[in-house]
Write a protein that binds this ligand. Structure first.
Ligand SMILES: Nc1ncnc2c1ncn2[C@@H]1O[C@H](COP(=O)(O)OP(=O)(O)OP(=O)(O)O)[C@@H](O)[C@H]1O
Length: 565
């Protein structure tokens, strides 16, 4: 009934949990005192019809009620503390873990699942720490305390009440196995629905263009209906088990009261004792009954926790600490496969000296971006070295400092152009920013507003601002991975001109348009992941049939394009 792993995951919550249990216990003692005074005053009024000492007793009653209110308040505060520390710790650990994973390690989880776990999943764990765990200990402590008190009132009733209490946890354990399976399924459907929703939202324009939105809508309705059904099954299971617990709790309390009344009728118990027993009998069961209701919330939290732990327990690569002493990039007989038995790169060798420029060419799917990802450390393989140090062993901060990548869609954030450029260097002066903009061939004011993802700019403007940002960063190695594939010819020229002007940088340029690679020192040609030549443009035309056929096909296409224009 207790998840040790979860408890150990948030040791910070333990002091709050201990305080919560203590305050609940003190609150219960105050409640018992109040019941005791009530029973005493009532029996006095009934039997003696006298008001002697009533004022004093009422003062004790008021003090006991105040104590109950005060300690309950403190228990609630401790509960809030436990919940806050649990949420903070779990979210921190989750984010730290995700940040420590390499790109290929983290791509095993999709975005919406992670968002759901960090949000809703962690919220559900909050109830586990704030309500379930303290209640678990309190529900053990309370009946034992009441048992000791009841022993002074009536021994058979005390034993009867104590023996009925464990029936509640027994019923909880009985549903636990079934509930666990059901809740795992519930979480599975919840994340699937979240995934579909996010994917459909992101691809809504495409769905509309291809008039596929209606079909997707129906599919999502189907998934939502399945989720509704499983939610109903969870609720039915919870309501049924709560009904069983109610039966045990109130049935047990009634039994205790009955035994007390019978003892009173046979004159073996005073009226005060009977009244006191009647008042406290339900208190025996209420903590266990509350534990039962929290149990269902806790089970939900545990289903989310199972998923959280699969992430937290992922053995991630220890980040490298190496600092290369040169920018010599080398790969010897490099191979890579995303899935076992499906090689994407085989036998690739290259050597890029500092300040050199290299083009990577090949048909779509030939492994160009994969090679770039290996060079920049996004995939954990030690086949590429920089300055003799395998890339995964290099300090990630060093890699980020020295390598900059510009892909086909440089992301722009909401704000101004200045805000976006200053991401690369928060200290950069306006003069430096303007120079980079000029170099990238863009003529817009630094304070020009940028909407989310640059939606108020043209594709060409967006990409040129992204290049300007890369220039502000001024890293010695610049990787362009299809940086011009989504822009107009004018922007493509401006970007390529700017790149050609970067004489002091190591340039790795991946482009489908081979004219963009023509001026690089060397071009590595990939054919289905295998090297098919590495030389200058002119030599490759003669020596590499794969390159020559790519070039000729492109020339043919461009000629056709010009003629038909
Ligand atoms: N994350 C991934 N998981 C599994 N396979 C992948 C992954 N990324 C790429 N691939 C596969 O690896 C192969 C090479 O992909 P890569 O993106 O490196 O090719 P590319 O030459 O850059 O293609 P393009 O020119 O179209 O961008 C493809 O068959 C692709 O399906």
């Amino acid at each position: 009934m207790l998840n040790k792993k979860l408890l150990q995951a948030v040791p910070e919550a333990m002091p709050y949990i201990r305080r919560n249990v203590l305050f609940q216990w003190l609150s219960m003692l105050c409640g018992i005192t109040a019941y005791g005074v009530l029973a005493l005053v009532s029996s006095q009024l009934i039997l003696e019809r006298s008001f002697t000492g009533l004022g004093f007793r009422l003062c004790i009653l008021a003090a006991a009620l105040f104590g109950r209110w005060f300690f309950t308040l403190r228990a609630v505060q401790a509960s809030a503390g436990a919940s806050e520390s649990a949420k903070r710790t779990i979210r921190k650990r989750l984010l730290a873990k995700l940040a420590s994973l390499s790109w290929d390690e983290s791509s095993a989880w999709n975005t919406s699942e992670l968002v759901q776990l960090a949000g809703e999943g962690t919220e559900q764990l909050e109830s586990y720490f704030a309500s379930y765990i303290p209640q678990f200990f309190y529900a053990l402590l309370a009946p034992l305390t009441l048992f000791v008190i009841t022993l002074f009132l009536n021994v058979p009733a005390a034993f009867a009440l104590l023996l009925c209490v464990p029936l509640i946890p027994v019923s909880i354990v009985a549903v636990q196995k079934f509930a666990k399976k059901l809740l795992a399924k519930y979480w599975g459907q919840y994340t699937t629905l979240g995934d579909s929703f996010l994917e459909n939202l992101q691809g809504l324009t495409t769905l509309k263009i291809y008039q596929a939105d209606q079909a997707r809508h129906e599919k999502m309705n189907e998934e939502a209906e399945n989720f509704r059904k499983i939610t109903m099954r969870v609720l039915i299971m919870q309501l049924n088990s709560i009904s069983v617990m109610d039966l045990v709790a109130y049935g047990g309390a009634a039994l205790g009261m009955l035994l007390g009344i019978l003892a009173w009728r046979t004159h073996t118990m005073s009226l005060f004792r009977v009244l006191f027993l009647i008042l406290i009998a339900s208190e025996f069961f209420l903590p266990m009954r509350a534990l039962g209701s929290f149990f269902h919330i806790a089970m939900n939290g545990q289903a989310a926790a199972e998923k959280l732990f699969t992430i937290l327990e992922t053995v991630s690569r220890v980040p490298g600490t190496g600092i290369p002493d040169s920018l010599d990039i080398e790969a010897r007989n490099l191979g890579w496969e995303y899935e076992p038995g499906h090689p994407v790169l085989q036998d690739v060798s290259l050597h890029i000296k500092p300040g050199a420029s290299i083009g990577i060419a090949g048909q779509s799917g030939s492994g160009k971006s994969t090679l770039a990802a290996l060079i920049r450390g996004r995939l954990s393989d030690s086949g590429v070295t920089i300055g003799g140090v395998p890339v995964p062993d290099i300090n990630p901060a060093w890699l980020q400092e020295n390598l900059t990548v510009l892909d086909h869609h440089g992301f722009l954030f909401e704000g101004t152009i200045r805000d976006n450029l200053c991401l690369a260097d928060p200290e950069a002066e306006d003069e430096q920013l303007v120079r980079a903009m000029k170099q990238a061939g863009i003529n817009l004011p630094l304070d020009a507003p940028v909407r989310e993802n640059g939606s108020n700019l043209s594709g060409g403007q967006r990409q040129r601002i992204a290049l300007a940002r890369a220039l502000v960063k001024d890293a010695p190695v610049l990787i362009l991975d299809e940086a011009t594939s989504a822009v107009d010819a004018q922007s493509e020229n401006a970007i390529m001109q700017a790149v050609k002007g970067l004489k002091d940088k190591t340039l790795i340029i991946i482009s489908h348009r081979l004219v963009n690679l023509q001026d690089t020192g060397e071009i590595l040609v990939l054919d289905h992941g295998r090297p098919a030549g590495c030389a200058s443009h002119d030599s490759l035309l003669k020596e590499s049939p794969a390159y020559a056929s790519l070039w000729n096909a492109q020339q043919e296409l461009e000629r056709y394009g010009k003629e038909s224009a």
